[in-house]
Design a protein around this ligand. Structure first.
Ligand SMILES: C[S@@+](CC[C@H](N)C(=O)[O-])C[C@H]1O[C@@H](n2cnc3c(N)ncnc32)[C@H](O)[C@@H]1O
Length: 283
């Protein structure tokens, strides 16, 4: 029997720590499941492991290199495992200085846009496991720019989890497009979970760049309109976002739940801790 699948990358805004709160609010029965801002996909794996999705799953993220990983893991986990095992073996033979050089060499190749899809997938996972704080961020040119992480003994190839993720994805639809495009096939009684880049807590805070596409307040407004349209269609819609007046106003007619989340990624260690977030449901 395969073990439960879990996110194969650590992702900024990952929802693993919020799963107990989100689980209390999901509908009793899920027909088709849509996750348009997939990232690491913590909720998708939770619902799949618990067999709560009775029909198909549709996962999407605008980050093409990330969604390529889902596609590779779905279709060819064995080749990925082989390649990652080789990378892990090479990397672990090196001393810290040379590991650092190896990391920057891989990062440079990753940013040159000339690799095959399997190698892109392996490199994304390698960089995620060995970079600073396990983050993913791209600059305005779309280049991955997180520095080396200096981690003592990272697991680069988690064979059991890659196999479990592959098994979970076997009849999942995988796309890489905008959130609006990805929900076009939604029908009455489908469940959609939106986990967009959060609206900043204060106006001076920068938006987090997950990919070269910024998610501005205009996108937040477009998303709230999409939320309303899906609700009118008879879908069950859930969304997480920051606890701000702007977001509260956008979703005023809906059910707004306050939850506490332990922030797992913050560059300033002393700012780690519990902050209030919002989960909004249409039902
Ligand atoms: C908060 S993260 C999702 C975290 C995820 N739920 C998890 O558990 O790891 C937001 C994601 O939205 C994606 N994104 C940003 N703009 C988008 C857009 N316009 N359409 C679809 N996805 C987008 C980013 O690439 C990022 O992965």
């Amino acid at each position: 029997m395969t073990k439960p699948a879990k996110p194969f990358v650590k992702w900024v805004g990952g929802k693993s720590k919020l799963i107990p709160e989100i689980s209390k609010l999901i509908p009793n029965k899920i027909n088709n499941y849509y996750e348009p801002f997939m990232g690491g996909g913590a909720l998708f794996f939770e619902l799949s492991n618990k067999k709560l999705i009775t029909n198909h799953s549709y996962i999407n993220d605008i980050n093409k290199k990330l969604m390529n990983c889902y596609e590779i893991i779905k279709q060819d986990p064995d080749s990925l495992i082989k390649l990652l095992k080789n990378i892990e073996k090479e990397y672990k033979k090196l001393n810290l200085d040379n590991q650092k050089k190896y990391f920057y060499q891989i990062r440079q190749e990753y940013n040159q846009n000339s690799l095959d899809n399997l190698t892109y997938c392996a490199y994304l996972i390698f960089l995620n496991k060995t970079c600073f704080n396990g983050m993913y961020r791209e600059n305005s040119k779309g280049e991955y720019n997180i520095p080396f992480g200096d981690q003592p003994n990272p697991t680069i190839c988690d064979v059991g989890n890659i196999q479990a993720v592959s098994h979970t994805l076997h009849d999942t639809h995988i796309t890489s497009t905008s959130f609006e495009e990805s929900i076009k096939t939604c029908k009455k009684s489908d469940f959609i979970y939106f986990d967009p880049p959060y609206y900043p807590l204060n106006t001076t805070a920068n938006f987090t760049n997950y990919s070269k596409n910024n998610f501005t307040f205009k996108e937040q407004i477009k998303l709230s309109e999409t939320f309303k349209q899906l609700h009118q269609k008879g879908c069950f819609v859930m969304l997480s976002n920051s606890n701000t007046d702007f977001i509260r106003k956008l979703y005023q007619p809906f059910n707004i739940h306050e939850v506490y989340s332990a922030r797992s990624i913050n560059s300033k260690g002393e700012k780690r801790g519990k902050i209030k977030e919002l989960i909004i449901t249409s039902y």
